[in-house]
Design a protein around this ligand. Sequence first.
Ligand code: AMP
Length: 428
Amino acid sequence: MARLIKSVRGMRDLLPPETETWNSVESAVRDLFRLYGFQEIRTPVIEDLQLFQRSVGEETDIVFKEMFAWQDRGRAESEKGQWLALRPENTAGVVRAYIEHKLWERPGLQRFYYIGPQFRRERPQKGRYRQFYQIGAEVIGPPSAGSESPAVDAEVLEMLAALLDRLSIRGWTLQINSVGCADDRVRFNEALRAALKDVVHKMCVDCQRRAQTNPLRVFDCKVPEDQPIIEKLPKMTDYLDDKCKAHFAEVRKLLTAMEVHFVLNDRLVRGLDYYTRTAFEFTHGALGAQNAILGGGRYDGLSEALGGPAAPGIGFAIGEDRLIMTLQEAATSSVSAFDVYIAPLGPGMNVEAARLARELRRRSVTISLGDETFRLKKSLETASKIGARYALIVGENEIKSGQFALKNLGTGEQVSVPRENIAAKVKA
Ligand code: AMP
């Protein structure tokens, strides 16, 4: 027997009826984003590896450990090609596109959203996959368009709270922090290096490396034994300059005014280097260990780091897989897929049934087609099994008279309906 081929580790199939939930979440998201002026952007899943090295950061777990990257073939057999990567996140791609297509020439702030797969070679577990989906959005533009305003941060956070409410997700927590600007970061990193000097030998090997290369990344450490040490390290918020302090205070003031509840978390730095000032995460108790539904923040220097003009921005990414997990219990699994099962009775009736199906589908009736080789009993059983609401019998007599037997599979009642009234009767 041929060897069974299975899906690759960390990759999974999304099957119906769960995909119905995915679709309804995505359409709720699109509707809400439209109210805030966001438009869809679609960037490629494959990008130049350097894009992520220069934005997310070489020292982050995402780039250092988790990227699917490879060197492409050159044009000639002997030639080595470009280093490529499957995107581990989508902000870098959006900012690359913003620069490449000179989107700053468009008036005002640009508001983009995306929905699509991302790839990280993480250890798979519940809520953590190697291909997962993110729903994200970015607000970006020249400083003259107001892109640095704390009002933008507050608007984005309010939109997220509204989205979770609209999806009836209760029990979420919004955690916020400010990770400051580049200068603050230099001073904070110095303070961290000094504080780590005497303790780092007790920490994990990753932290020992991070302490040298990029001390801020120590806060990404998940090793339990390191946590008491991390607890005692200096706080980012003590190293903010006056402008960053005022920015953060204004964001908090606006959130409070809009009654968007939040908690301050001065250890929240998020695992990506490009963040500046506001950083945030929404967590949910029902998710267990992987409890972050979404995360995001500001990235005021990212465009310049990628060779673009000054274009401060803020964005977020919702883990769609995890968002769906929080909805799973509430989801109704028994959506009936079909209004009508058409049962062709006898030779030649497949043609008539197909015609009738075409007619009814054009009038928005969902149809499952039977087969003329089935006896009536088998047809009715099939119709019930697939959860159709009605069975419609198509035999020679029906075609001649133009009157069709329509059986309500819920009540068992059967009526005779003229061809032109079937759609109305089913929809009634
Ligand atoms: P990040 O891009 O790391 O800020 O992640 C944003 C969100 O994406 C997280 O809050 C998670 O909900 C989701 N996420 C990140 N990595 C994974 C993964 N491997 N599997 C499923 N969801 C993920």
